[in-house]
Design a protein around this ligand. Structure first.
Ligand code: BGC
Length: 493
């Protein structure tokens, strides 16, 4: 394995722009002319993306402060701190047939599950995944919802086997809708804005459940939406079904977000909200966080050219939709200023989003001497020819962006825990506490995951971090939405 591929030692203090990490010095000793010209760009990038402990502490503190400000009044901070109306989490006693729809990224999922109560738990589950055609992501609301309802209708037709709907009942579904929604009840909510590249006309400002109900009506489908939930909330419910200590859920996929269990009395902006448990789940919409982020010129340019400039800055720094694009922008600069890939700059390299986050993750997994996989991924995705030195440089860029993202995500998690701990006065950190994680970025980018976990451990220290379990809850959001449909069913169970 080349030295360049090893994860760098954790940076504990601010680095000056001119000081070089040991890995960069190594690179310098063995570079060809073309990579030497690109080195100052890498050095500056590493400086601008540095996330030493004091910076992470500041991020965690700002996250906690923004959470409080968002709970105090609507619009009080970047964080919307949305009330989910989920006051009761699944207990394991749920029984019956329930559906879930999951719309949140490039794929749409339909799922059904047969629940058998405490003893039998999940008797059976089936799901289908459909990718959303690109044109529907920027089409009209009716087109998108008709597509969803028709996929659902086809799926319902295949119901049979262990899935049984008692006579006289309507089917019930949970609807996981992973965009910022102002909930008005457990089964209604208004779309605030689209994120993650969606820009469907006619939906913002509308009740999402009404849009779906109308489309289901057009398909002749008799199905009741019992719970409208964010994917973080569904993940928390899905994970809690198996583990009572789950208090926080985080999604790190195309987009990012977190939710957590909050005491009703700690929400000043909602006097009079009734909850039998005294608790409720707050959807933070942390993707909009921005306070204290170490941003580079590449982030700023990407943001300025995005469909939502100035918005979702944390999401644009740490989530899967953007990491590959930031790397691509750095490589374009290295190609233009440092001739990293020779004189010719292929058009593909200059195409926004040509390099995906799965590409940069795969490149970081290449442990071969000549970084052959890096070379072919680069060629296929961006059209560039690369020599070994250029490939090493590219891996360094990927690592720098993944490291910043993972560490900032870890600091955000600590911010949430800190806020919960301050209010509960010692209860949160005094016992086992589980953070349920899901999303393709977290699942498929090992270096990113490691950076995240290291940042949490560094910030909390060995004693406190020994209580905090950061656990992957794979696809918890599908089953979680079905469980919340059960918890909020109109029928007794
Ligand atoms: C959305 C959130 C969602 C997150 C993860 C963000 O872009 O605003 O509602 O939870 O992506 O899917």
């Amino acid at each position: 394995m080349s030295t360049v591929l090893n994860p760098p030692p954790t940076v504990r203090s601010f680095r000056s722009p001119t000081s070089r990490s040991p890995r960069v010095s190594m690179l310098l000793r063995s570079t060809t002319l073309s990579t030497a010209a690109a080195l100052p760009i890498l050095t500056k990038l590493q400086h601008d993306c540095a996330t030493p402990l004091p910076l992470l502490r500041n991020i965690a503190d700002n996250m906690a402060a923004d959470m409080r400000a968002g709970l105090a009044v609507d619009g009080g901070s970047d964080l919307k701190m949305i009330l989910s109306y989920v006051d009761c989490l699944p207990t394991g006693h749920e029984r019956g047939l329930f559906y879930a729809l999951d719309l949140g990224g490039t794929n749409f999922r339909v799922l059904r599950t047969q629940l058998g109560g405490r003893d039998e738990r999940v008797i059976d589950t089936e799901f289908e995944q459909v990718s959303i055609p690109q044109d529907l992501m920027s089409g009209t609301s009716d087109e998108l919802f008709d597509f969803i309802a028709s996929a659902l209708a086809k799926f319902v037709k295949k119901e049979g086997g262990k899935f049984v709907l008692p006579n006289g009942r309507s089917r019930e579904t949970g609807f996981t809708f992973s965009f910022p929604v102002k909930q008005t009840s457990i089964d209604s909510g208004i779309l605030i804005k689209w994120t993650k590249g969606f820009s469907v006309s006619g939906t913002p400002g509308k009740d999402i459940v009404a849009c779906l109900n109308e489309a289901m009506g057009r398909q002749g489908l008799d199905m009741r939406v019992s719970a409208l939930v964010n994917d973080t909330v569904a993940t928390l419910a899905g994970a809690r079904y198996w583990d009572d200590d789950v208090m926080v859920a985080v999604i790190l996929g195309t987009g990012t977000n977190a939710c957590y269990v909050e005491s009703v009395e700690a929400i000043p902006k909602l006097p009079g909200h009734k909850s039998n448990s005294g608790k409720t789940i707050i959807n933070t919409e942390w993707g909009a966080f921005s306070n204290g982020l170490p941003l580079t010129e590449y982030d700023r340019a990407m943001d300025a050219e995005s469909i939502n400039p100035g918005e979702q800055l944390y999401e644009k720094t740490i989530s899967g939709m953007y990491l590959g694009e930031i790397v691509r922008r750095v490589l374009v600069r290295m190609a233009e200023t440092g001739s990293l890939f020779g004189k010719h700059i292929p058009e593909k390299l200059q195409t926004p989003f040509a390099l995906g986050t799965p590409n940069i993750s795969s490149m970081q997994q290449d442990t071969s001497e000549d970084l052959e996989a890096v070379g072919s991924i680069l060629y296929e995705a961006t059209g560039v020819d690369s020599n070994l030195d250029a490939r090493k440089m590219v891996v360094e860029v990927c690592d720098t962006i993944a490291k910043r993202g993972g560490r900032l995500a870890g600091a955000g998690i600590v911010g949430i825990l800190q806020k919960m701990e301050e209010d509960s006065k010692g209860v949160v950190f005094g016992k086992r506490m589980v953070v349920a994680m899901d999303g393709g970025l977290y699942e498929h980018y090992p270096q990113y995951k490691r950076y995240l976990k290291n940042a949490v451990a560094e910030l909390l220290g060995p004693e406190l971090s020994s209580h905090v379990v950061i656990e992957h809850s794979k696809d918890g959001s599908g089953i979680g939405a079905a469980l919340l449909a059960a918890t909020n069913s109109i029928y007794e169970h």
